[in-house]
Design a protein around this ligand. Structure first.
Ligand SMILES: *Cc1c(COP(=O)(O)O)cnc(C)c1O
Length: 378
């Protein structure tokens, strides 16, 4: 579909909002990702056709189950909305009396165990679903016996975070699942930003997870407000019971009919793509940055691509001890405050910056390189 970019730009312009260059990946604050044009086309049509949303949810769930290999699936409002539903499903199940009582959890098991190394701002979504978080371990260690000791009669679930640049000394997912399952406790996973690689669609379930949340608006490039829940049939059924269109805890996190079909369209396109070709294209863009900056004295520039922290190829800039130029903060500020604001990836070590090509066009990559050169050699 030919999208009229000039009228789109005007809509932002009328509000006085200026476009930015997002070299930091699928970060919602800087636009998330570019929704696939084919998805927008399907959504434009689907918005005009009335359907029964319960039926649509059920059929979309079956499609998610087919693609992820899970028993069941559900389209939720972003991965964050999925976390609220995970908590609600584990705490209240699909007992209408308990469902109606939420967020008051009187008389319900409500503790969700989380390793210290997995604590993150999104955990508030679990609390929004009624959970009380119980922490185990510290920032350097957590031991299987700590998990065993924390599980008790008020345990509703164990939460597990899968995210880039997360401390990998936490108890691994398969072991967490083994311990939790031996006590009849489900394991709920947040893997919002772990796609691609596509193999992760099935990986956490294979490791034993009972419910997994993915973002629909990140690597899949579906509607920005959507997410995916997949996992055990009884838990997914409970999560769906709390959600739109039913009038329970999940109702304020509505997903529209056209977003549901849009997400399924995007997911199908995502799994059919050639991942090697996609990665080669990102690597070629990141390599342009590496080549352009490799001569800057005191700066080490490398192409990073691995299964943990840099899921798509990045250009990593590391300021060495010999760096004599402006500080990382000065460079970041100058890039963000330029005429055309540029946001770089900041999540690595304090002396590192990175360029994530996920959202960059060739034209934007050239601008990023030119602006980086200016600020690095100032
Ligand atoms: C992005 C992200 C979320 C939120 O995902 P949305 O689809 O934007 O709601 C939750 N958890 C983690 C770890 C994330 O990276």
């Amino acid at each position: 579909m030919a999208i009229d970019l000039s009228s789109a730009a005007q809509a932002y312009q009328r509000l006085g909002v200026k476009p930015v260059i997002n070299a930091t990946g699928s970060v919602t604050k800087y636009g998330g990702t570019r929704t696939r044009p084919e998805v927008m086309e399907v959504m434009a049509g689907a918005a005009r056709i009335m359907v029964n949303v319960d039926e649509l949810n059920r059929k979309a769930g079956e499609e998610i189950a087919r693609i992820t290999g899970a028993e069941a699936g559900f389209v939720c409002s972003g991965a964050a909305g999925g976390l609220v539903l995970q908590a609600a499903a584990c705490i209240a199940g699909k007992d209408p009396v308990k469902m109606r009582r939420l967020p008051d959890t009187t008389g319900m098991k409500r503790e969700i165990i989380i390793q210290n190394m997995h604590r993150f701002p999104y955990e508030q979504a679990y609390r929004a679903g009624g959970a009380k978080l119980v922490e185990i371990g510290d920032s350097r260690y957590s031991h299987p016996w700590e998990l065993e000791g924390a599980i008790g009669e008020n345990t509703a679930a164990v939460a597990f975070l899968c995210a880039p640049l997360t401390n990998r000394r936490a108890i691994p997912l398969p072991q967490v699942c083994e311990i939790a399952h031996s006590r009849g406790v489900p394991v709920i996973v947040d893997a919002a930003s772990m796609l691609p690689p596509r193999e992760n669609l099935k990986r956490y379930l294979a490791d034993g997870a009972d419910m997994v949340a993915f973002s629909g608006g990140k690597g899949i490039r579906g509607p920005q407000g959507t997410g995916i829940l997949c996992g055990r049939a009884d838990l997914i059924e409970a999560a769906a019971a709390h959600a739109n269109p039913a009038q329970f805890l999940g109702r304020p996190m509505k997903v529209a009919k056209e977003e549901i079909v849009g997400l399924i369209t995007a997911l199908n396109m995502f799994v059919e793509e050639d991942e090697d070709a996609e990665m080669r294209a990102y690597a070629a863009m990141a390599q342009q940055v590496v080549d352009a900056l490799s001569e800057v004295p005191g700066l080490d520039v490398t192409l990073m691509h691995d299964k943990h922290d840099y899921l798509i190829p990045h250009a990593l800039l590391r300021f060495s001890e010999d760096w004599r130029g402006p500080s990382k903060n000065e460079i970041t500020k100058a890039m963000e405050e330029g005429e055309l604001p540029i946001y770089l990836h900041q999540l690595g070590q304090p002396e590192e910056l990175a360029v994530d090509p996920l959202n960059l066009t060739q034209e934007e990559t050239t601008i990023v390189i030119q602006r980086l050169r200016e600020e690095l050699t100032r």
